[in-house]
Design a binder for this molecule. Structure first.
Ligand SMILES: *Cc1c(COP(=O)(O)O)cnc(C)c1O
Length: 420
């Protein structure tokens, strides 16, 4: 282990597993070792209780209501918006739009901002490590607008090639789209620098924060980005809820994308006028209970502390990285200098899916496949990887269980070390 890894491994570990009811269940007759947090995180009792309490005590439709309960539900919903503002350190609560998640937030920007701002020959810069959610909406936009995609290459260690990035930026670049943290590699990208360079070229920047918000403190003002998106379900919150942050001047200049109730000012058959932001982008009855659950999830992570969560996950990451690298026949995909708690790897002679199945029989849940990043897998010349992704409730025992499962798989396949 190198010096920083050793230092990180001495940081105090959290012990919050008891907050998560599902972690006390068994799967396949074994203790559940949940290492698929990059796909979705488990929910603390605080989140489950908040949703239940909302339906038991506060349920009504929001906005427009004259009765007490509707105003009460509206207050709770808007408190959720304020909670997201604080999480991201946005300047104003009007900069927060609730969406179904990361995917919908990106589609919102592509359909609203993209459709109105882009024209033939304009360029959108993406990176080679984007999730399909941060590729396909831009391809659709290119088909409609005549804009073209340019792609920042990824180095062998899984970092963005910043020289190539600088070279791609030019007068036609209108937007740069980049993951804050890669879901397939764990790379933490240098967002502030990426934003600075994009802004110098006159381009806007959308940051996909799906893998970041639960694992480190995020400050959109310090990053300087124009758009930042995330999903609640990867932040210990419910599925079906997430948010878009957009700088006020940018958001306020964007046309509606979905029409319906709540997003209008006046409606007549001749002409409708639209509500101010953020309501302009929240057509129809939103996922009110989802916002209540997301609010509780953000309170929970802020109470545990994002610095403490990051230190905990870095300790486990350092430990697991050293152990994986010591196993013969195991190759880590993604060895960037700055990494979050994601371990993507391939094992000689064992297909990632077989590995996932063998680990599952030990109660260890990991993900195997392309991780919705097929271009990145192509870049590394592999069909997929096995991926263990960490969360605040993972422990040293979880890492031990992963390693034991891997040794067992190698034994079954007759690969790896021959003397154990
Ligand atoms: C999970 C993920 C998404 C998609 O999030 P949804 O919740 O499925 O909308 C996008 N980008 C990254 C980096 C992700 O990890």
């Amino acid at each position: 282990m190198n010096a920083p890894a050793l230092a990180a491994s001495r940081a105090p570990l959290l012990d919050r597993g008891a907050d998560f009811p599902i972690l006390s269940r068994q799967v396949q007759g074994r203790r559940l070792v949940y290492l698929d947090n990059g796909a979705t995180t488990q929910k603390p009792a605080a989140v489950i209780d908040a949703e239940r309490q909302f339906y038991e005590q506060s349920n009504a439709n929001i906005h427009r209501g004259v009765h007490w309960l509707s105003q009460h539900a509206t207050d709770l919903y808007e408190q959720g918006r304020e909670q997201v503002r604080q999480l991201l350190n946005a300047a104003r609560h009007e900069e927060i739009v609730f969406t179904r998640g990361t995917t919908e937030a990106i589609n919102l920007v592509a359909c609203s901002w993209g459709q109105s701002a882009l024209k033939q020959g304009d360029e959108i810069v993406l990176t080679g490590m984007e999730h399909h959610s941060n590729i396909v909406p831009w391809q659709l936009l290119c088909e409609r607008s005549g804009a073209v995609l340019r792609v920042v290459p990824v180095t062998d260690s899984g970092e963005l090639d910043l020289d190539e990035y600088r070279a791609l930026l030019g007068p036609r670049t209108r937007l740069v789209c980049v993951a804050h943290i890669s879901n397939a590699l764990g790379t933490i990208n240098p967002i502030a620098e990426i934003v600075r360079l994009a802004h110098e070229a006159g381009a806007k920047v959308l940051v996909d924060g799906a893998q970041a918000v639960a694992h480190q403190a995020v400050d959109v003002q310090a990053l300087g980005c124009d758009f930042y998106v995330f999903s609640g379900h990867k932040l210990y919150g419910p599925t079906g809820i997430g948010a878009l942050y957009a700088r006020y001047d940018v958001l306020n200049g964007m046309p509606p994308w979905q029409g319906g109730g709540d997003m209008i000012h006046t409606v007549s058959f001749e002409r409708s006028t639209y509500a101010d932001v953020p309501q302009r982008f929240e057509a129809g009855t939103p996922n009110i209970a989802g916002v209540i659950g997301l609010d509780a999830a953000i309170r929970y992570v802020r109470e545990v502390g994002l610095e403490a969560i990051a230190a905990h996950e870095q300790s486990l990451l350092a430990m697991a990285t050293a152990e994986l690298q010591a196993l013969p026949g195991v190759r880590l995909i993604g060895t960037a200098a700055h990494k979050a708690g994601i371990l993507s790897f391939v094992v000689d002679g064992i297909h990632p899916h077989d590995l996932g199945t063998i680990l599952d029989m030990e109660g260890v849940a990991i993900r195997a496949g392309h991780h919705c990043a097929m271009p990145l897998m192509t870049r590394f010349g592999i069909p997929g990887t096995a991926r263990a992704s960490l969360a605040l409730y993972n422990t040293q025992e979880d890492v031990d269980a992963l390693m034991a499962g891997l040794r067992k798989a190698q034994k079954l396949f007759g690969t790896g070390r021959k003397d154990d």
